[in-house]
Design a protein around this ligand. Sequence first.
Ligand code: GDP
Length: 198
Amino acid sequence: FAGDWHFIWASPSIETLPPMAGLEVAFAGRSNVGKSSLINALTGRNALARTSNTPGRTQELIFFDGPKDAGLRLVDMPGYGYAAASKAKVASWTSLIHRFLQGRATLARVYVLIDGRHGLKDVDLDILKTLDKSAVSYQIVFTKADQVKAAELEQRIAATKTVLAKHPAAFPELLMTSSRTGAGMPELRAAMIRLLDE
Ligand code: GDP
């Protein structure tokens, strides 16, 4: 899994997507959820995805290709739920994501990142609905698990599973990760590799 992950493409609009190839897994989440850190930890590349102090800045779908011939591609979706985003920006985000999810036959799974400290928020539930509508299979990944006490995390997982039971396209199991400690990374990599075998 580790190896030469590299940037291949950035699409600010649905008209500029790269040709479909291999198998894609996408990462979605609220701004600041730890998405860039997770992509970097997952690929073992410190600065593959840009971590940013100005959330809501990138409104692009960013594509990374994995080691040659592995056939796996990561898609970094623009962060959502940034409080200061204008209505127009939210609308353009929604349209881009919606159209991407509906027309992408190579997209095998979306990992929806949720801050382990906060659990599901309303904006996250909106995304789950969009994914259900598009019938794209998705799985919840908790981030920043190192910041949450074990008992609290257990409670949050149970509450989240209850919500997921009402979402038809959701994978019932969640993954717990920390980019800081590396927890959950082997499991997430293994899950992605299994998709290649399906
Ligand atoms: P993005 O906006 O979703 O791409 O989020 P970033 O990856 O830029 O991370 C946002 C903030 O959360 C940064 O200050 C990171 O250092 C911090 N962060 C990300 N992942 C973790 C983690 O696993 N543990 C802890 N404690 N902090 C994290």
